[in-house]
Design a protein around this ligand. Structure first.
Ligand code: FE2
Length: 387
């Protein structure tokens, strides 16, 4: 048999949908259900693909659907054409014959289900003269949603088609609403994240307001620490966390009296002891949070003056017992602090800072972090020289 792909035939008498009535009652009950044509525009425009190897059947179904008000019905006798139609433009409903010579309806059904995204509801209405339990069960297990038996009962065809299409459109509407909700949630989450980052940045600025004329030290330490973390091979989430946490390393200085914090000369032993408490004060302010940035910030605030050789403060941790984020910030803080003027000293030349960093590798600082920092400086110099 030649396969034919044809739009559903239009009725000769009128283009307007008309009510359908039972055309071939199959029982002694001759009462008729009147099915009004669909008026909902989305339903009327639904794309319906009808597949049956018998041209007379697709003509009849096409006419019934046309009379029911459906404007976008495509009929075909070819299973391959039907699958192609489902591939190119997803239909809203597939009406499918089960017994066909080339490729049976079960195979078509399975192929359609493979093509349908898992979260999409694409109803399939199976049409068959064979309604044995085996056939029904196999069709249902292959993904059929409803059945129509031959010979057709016109109102039943229209009612089943309309029910399936209404469910399809309800699913689509729900999916659209869910998508809008998810979009709104994503937007609000992004706004909250932005607000949280901004608050942390402002907190860091507040911490340095009293002792840094330029108020850029904490920002630069964050940038250096992030570059170092990336150079040491840490994942990008950790890099961004350290980028935001590092600027809070000296937050505890807000608890240090001005006469010590702003003293232009060297500190006495007692004053130095008070100054050292900025680590524990900072940790107290920042601890107890579940936000990863604040958890890391508390760790950095507490340990950024520990030394690799174990002679630092406040806990005298040594080597890898010192959290890596704190070891990274120690180097970044040292470099930036010495490369800028302070009330009690002038900035050091970069050459001298780098020499001191080399000297302190394995003493004050983690040698791997120092090596990574020196590599970054070399790389930056090479870039400047090349430009
Ligand atoms: Fe500090």
């Amino acid at each position: 048999m030649d396969h034919a792909l044809t739009p559903a035939p239009r009725l000769a008498l009128t283009d307007q949908p008309v009510a359908s009535t039972i055309s071939a009652p199959r029982s002694s009950d001759r009462r008729q259900v009147k099915v009004a044509p669909v008026f909902d525009d989305a339903l009327r425009q639904s794309k319906v693909v009808v597949l049956d190897d018998d041209p007379a059947v697709i003509r009849l179904l096409g006419r019934i659907l046309e009379r029911g008000g459906y404007k976008n019905v495509v009929t075909t006798t070819s299973p391959h054409e039907a699958i192609a139609l489902c591939t190119v433009d997803e239909p809203d409903l597939v009406v499918l014959d089960l017994h066909m010579p080339d490729m049976d309806g079960f195979s078509v059904l399975e192929r359609i289900r493979e093509l349908t995204p898992p979260d999409t509801y694409l109803p399939v209405l199976v049409v068959t003269g064979d309604m044995s339990p085996w056939t029904r069960q196999r069709a249902l297990s292959s993904g059929a949603n409803d059945f129509l038996t031959k010979p057709f009962d016109t109102p039943e065809v229209l009612l089943r088609v309309r029910n399936l299409l209404e469910t399809r459109h309800m699913h689509r509407k729900l999916a659209e609403q869910n998508e809008q909700l998810e979009k709104a949630v994503r937007q609000r989450t992004a706004e909250l994240d932005e607000a949280r980052v901004e608050i942390l940045e402002r907190l860091a600025k507040a911490a340095e307001y009293r002792d840094d004329g330029t108020r850029r030290h904490t920002e630069r330490v964050g940038i250096y620490a992030a570059r170092l973390a990336r150079a040491l091979g840490l994942d990008e989430t950790t890099v961004q966390t350290i980028r935001r946490a590092a600027p809070l390393h000296d937050l505890g200085k807000i608890g240090i009296p001005d006469y010590i914090l702003l003293k232009p000369g060297p500190l006495t032993a007692e004053e130095a002891a008070v100054m050292r408490t900025h680590t524990t004060i900072g940790a107290q302010i920042l601890s107890g949070s579940r936000v990863p940035t604040l958890v890391m910030a508390a760790e950095i605030a507490l340990h950024h003056h520990e030394r690799w050789d174990g002679t630092g403060y406040p806990h005298g941790l040594a080597g890898e017992d010192i959290p890596l984020a704190a070891r990274i910030v120690a180097v970044a803080d040292f470099y930036d602090a010495l490369s800028h003027d302070r009330p009690y000293r002038r900035a050091w030349p970069v050459h001298d800072i780098l020499a001191e960093l080399r000297r302190q590798a394995g003493r004050q600082f983690d040698p791997d972090v120092v090596a990574a920092f020196l590599d970054l400086i070399d790389h930056q110099r090479a870039l400047v020289a090349a430009s």
